[in-house]
Design a protein around this ligand. Structure first.
Ligand SMILES: C[S@@+](CC[C@H](N)C(=O)[O-])C[C@H]1O[C@@H](n2cnc3c(N)ncnc32)[C@H](O)[C@@H]1O
Length: 508
């Protein structure tokens, strides 16, 4: 792993980076001096600042011999860079178009495709440093956010949208991010050199001390130089509502307290048929097929939710009596001995016949199933009911999209891919476009993708729906205030990156 700070000044970021490295060096027993010289690079145009930076490093890290060898005094925009790096991190110079030295203006213009209209110099820093990234490399700047909205930023927005992967924006418009009053509208951007994802994270804060992780929202990444969508992002929190607010119900399958007695393939014939309901668990939902394994659940309740009188069901009575000792020893039965043959959760026969989305708790499934009303879920499955089967299929498709997976990863604090758990407390936090309002053409297309298990189409049309819905309601009030206890740029980088800087030398 290698890291570059292209305009290091007196070394604010560089010092923090070396501190991190030193911690790593102690933890993983490597040589700080070695790693510094082989993995850390910096530059600045101002010789005095570079000298000051070198002095600081020498004073604080005497074990680093000749730190100046890794720090160039040069114009980062004109230097010939012969190495690619894994990470670029920094706070580039803000130099307005009129203040860019005249003798350099034409050279910069020839060299930088993003030098458009009256661009500020930081735009060129973005272009140059993005080009230095290795594949999958990460780029994190704290910088004015103007380029994301204005005319001069158009070409840079286009470059980022078309060639890179915009992962995170923390918009700190109005926040006091710096000790000095240097920058009115800062934003932190994290950009990756790949095109793997379809969804980005966005947060706004006015209070840097209160910057946090819980208010990030997921957005489709911009696909062109048009990024207005991102900055209307606050509307997502207000126009998109939770699943329950849309009238659906989230629940978890039945816990019996004795699954091997209440749920079995062999129980059919041993008890009255009318007491049996086909039952499924997470193992029936593997891959992209729902395969019922033939298990039945014995329902000892009547339609009013009262325990049945066993005298009316002689086969069930016989069956349950054979297991009485174990059933009666369950905690629930010890509190109410007469109910020794009850299940821990009541069984509501209606649930079986309702269409429902089935979400296995810890499954790596890409596919989300909708049961038309045949099965009763067991306790390792969460379910969503309400609405027509078609609406549930639309909701299932949206739940399968990267748009929701990213939200789920956020709410479960699972940042780096993999499968987050579908649990009711997480499901309750998701914000989704209102299913009932989805434009009918888009709905039909999304349903077709769902039925043909076309994940790419699901992502594409979910993003379309998200965009469409947000344009319909463009000016809702801001609601994306973020909380954070202590602002630390490198911590933030770690949080939203797969490669924490602290570990950069150990993960090659
Ligand atoms: C906003 S300061 C950031 C300094 C440092 N990253 C920090 O946060 O303390 C911008 C730095 O860019 C440097 N700079 C300006 N033009 C530059 C160029 N063409 N090449 C390299 N550095 C440049 C300035 O000297 C200044 O130190």
């Amino acid at each position: 792993m290698s890291i570059m700070e292209p305009s290091c000044g007196k070394g604010e970021f560089l010092m923090a980076i070396i501190h991190r490295l030193k911690e790593s060096a102690l933890r993983y027993s490597f040589d700080l001096n070695d790693v510094y010289h082989n993995h850390v690079y910096a530059s600045d145009i101002d010789g005095e600042k570079v000298a000051c930076c070198i002095k600081r490093i020498k004073a604080e890290f005497p074990e680093i011999i000749s730190p100046e060898l890794s720090i160039s005094t040069e114009d980062f925009l004109l230097a010939n860079h012969d190495r690619q790096v894994d990470i670029v991190i920094g706070n580039p110079p803000y130099i307005r178009y009129e203040q860019i030295p005249k003798d350099k203006l034409d050279i910069y213009k020839r060299r930088y495709a993003t030098f458009y209209y009256r661009a500020d110099m930081y735009v060129l820093f973005f272009e140059q440093s993005l080009r230095l990234l290795k594949h999958d490399g990460k780029h994190c700047f704290i910088c004015a956010n103007r380029w994301m909205k204005n005319r001069y930023g158009r070409k840079l927005r286009e470059l980022v949208a078309r060639c890179y992967n915009l992962r995170t924006i923390i918009n700190m418009e109005g926040a006091d991010a710096f000790d000095e009053e240097v920058l009115a509208y800062p934003a932190i951007t994290l950009i990756e050199n790949n095109k793997d994802r379809k969804v980005m994270k966005y947060a706004e804060t006015l209070d840097i001390e209160a910057l946090g992780t819980d208010s990030f929202i997921s957005l489709p990444i911009p696909e062109s130089d048009e990024w207005n969508n991102v900055f209307n992002a606050e509307t997502y929190n207000t126009i998109f509502s939770t699943i329950e607010a849309q009238g659906y119900r989230i629940g978890i399958g039945v816990a019996t307290g004795a699954d091997s007695i209440f749920i079995s393939k062999d129980i059919k014939g041993n008890v009255e048929d009318e007491l049996l309901v086909p039952s499924i668990n997470a193992r029936d939902l593997k891959g992209s097929r729902l395969e019922w394994k033939g298990r039945y659940l014995l329902n000892p309740y009547d339609k009013n939710g009262n325990l049945i009188d066993l005298n009316d069901f002689p086969k069930a009575q016989r069956y349950l009596e054979t297991h009485k000792e174990r059933l009666a020893s369950r905690h629930k039965a010890s509190r109410n001995p007469a109910a020794w043959y009850g299940t821990i959760d009541k069984i509501s026969p209606i649930l079986q016949s309702q269409p429902k989305i089935l979400l296995p708790d810890i499954s790596g499934n890409d596919y989300i199933f909708v049961d038309k009303g045949e099965y009763y879920p067991q306790h390792n499955i969460y379910y969503i009911t309400g609405g027509r089967e078609k609406d549930l299929e639309l909701l299932a498709a949206i739940l399968m999209s990267d748009y929701v997976r990213t939200q789920l990863n956020n709410v479960t604090n699972k940042m780096n891919g993999g499968y987050a758990r579908w649990q009711s407390q997480h499901l309750r936090k998701l914000r989704i476009p209102t299913i009932a309002n989805i434009n009918s053409t888009l709905a039909d297309t999304l349903l077709e993708c769902y039925h043909t298990k076309n994940l790419e189409g699901i992502n594409r049309y979910t993003n379309e729906i998200v965009r469409y819905e947000s344009y319909k309601t463009p000016d809702k009030k801001k609601n994306a205030q973020v909380k954070y206890t202590q602002f630390n740029f490198l911590d933030l980088f770690d949080q939203y990156s797969d490669n924490p800087i602290i570990e950069m030398t150990t993960r090659k």
